[in-house]
Design a protein around this ligand. Structure first.
Ligand code: PLP
Length: 363
């Protein structure tokens, strides 16, 4: 298998994975480390799989400096199931929660939470098509809220938080689906972090939840067993069959991250890649980025020409040049280059060169 046959894939998710990770998985595909079977075929109760899931957790803990009083869970149902699990498990006293609506995923999460309690939307940037992270007045925070919810990187609109709300004793919940492991975070500032794996970690099918232990165990009696974090925390993610193969590949990505300088090195590289691309957009006469400069995402770079037909031509021509999946989300159009950890700098350089060429030919 050669790198030459592969394209630069700018998909927002599922997205590009490190080639080394897939080659390692391919090498062991039908016979995992001499055990005579694939990871897909082995019992989740086997010694081999125990070692896979335990190593994956240990590596993630090391990469993110996860404190000992946090549980790490490998769940199913994607980020979207977390939109319900969070309120189901965290509403417990006032039955009130604060939400900042910075994009479509946060909006969906808030709508889901409304089924279970009172949702206070403290701020929203929907009226300007989520072109910035809205900043609520701290005086409006609900003092006795059961939790405070943010979506830290807005995959569709290309914005990210560069600050965190000071919520005091109110647990902060963050959807990090599209930014986990892209830059350093202080896990101790959060009550709960979740992330679907298919953006920056591995194949679809596993969702990572990092949860402070003292918040576990307060779901109501009516909470379905599988939606209760306590079920999975107590069973070390082995209450039922977990997504074994997805966890295995995620573990390989964690090893790849460790071998490549960990999160600090990824952060430096991600900032460099994003800065190069935003600079090219800002200096261009054809392209522009609709997102407020201070809130621009490091992972999902959104840009437009202002002409829908030209945007479509760009996406098609780029595809022909081996730069694929550059179309914006179906709800917004335009272009989006998702440049997660696995996207090498060379891919961003090739995109910039293509943009310059396209501008010359189409302006
Ligand atoms: C993709 C995404 C989701 C939804 O994830 P699914 O796994 O498809 O349910 C939620 N939040 C964010 C920020 C995302 O990027």
């Amino acid at each position: 298998m050669s790198n030459k046959e592969r394209v630069y894939n700018f998909s927002a998710g599922p997205s590009m994975l490190p080639l080394e990770v897939m080659e390692e998985a391919a090498k062991d595909m039908v016979n995992y480390k001499g055990c005579g079977m694939s990871v897909m075929e082995m019992s989740h109760r086997s010694k081999d799989f125990a070692s896979i899931i335990e190593t994956a957790e240990a590596d993630l803990r090391e990469l993110m400096n996860i404190p000992a009083n946090y549980k790490v869970m490998f769940l199913q149902g994607g980020g979207s199931t977390q939109f319900a699990m969070v309120p189901l498990n965290l509403f417990r006293k006032s039955m009130k929660a604060d939400y900042i609506v910075s994009g479509a995923w946060a909006k969906k999460a808030a709508a889901e939470a409304k089924r279970f309690g009172t949702v206070n939307v403290l701020a929203s940037s929907e009226d300007t098509v989520f072109d910035h992270i809205p900043v609520p007045d701290p005086a409006t925070y609900t003092k006795d809220a059961d939790y405070f919810y943010i979506c830290q990187n807005n995959t569709i609109y290309g914005s990210r938080y560069t600050w965190l709300p000071e919520t005091g004793d109110v647990p902060l919940v963050s959807d990090m689906s599209s930014c986990i492991l892209s830059e350093q975070v202080d896990v101790s500032k959060f009550g709960l972090i979740f992330a679907g794996a298919q953006k920056n970690i591995g194949p679809a099918g596993v969702t990572i939840v990092i949860m402070r232990e003292d918040l576990i165990g307060f779901a109501p009696e009516s909470c379905p067993t599988m939606l209760n974090y306590k079920t999975h925390a107590d069973a070390n993610s082995l209450y039922n069959t977990p997504p074994c193969f997805a966890i295995y590949v995620a573990g390989l990505t964690f090893q790849w991250l460790k071998a490549n300088g960990g999160v600090p090195a990824m952060e430096a590289r991600n900032k460099e890649k994003a800065a190069m691309l935003y600079k090219a957009i800002d200096e261009s006469k054809l392209f522009r980025c609709p997102v407020a400069e201070k809130d621009r995402s490091l992972m999902n770079v959104v840009f437009v020409t202002g002409n829908g037909d030209l945007d479509k031509k760009f996406v098609a021509d780029a595809k022909a040049a081996g730069l694929v999946n550059l179309g914006g989300h179906r709800s917004v159009g335009g272009m989006r280059a998702s440049i997660y950890n696995a996207m090498p700098k060379a891919g961003v350089e090739k995109l910039i060169a293509f943009m310059e060429q396209f501008e010359k030919e189409n302006l």
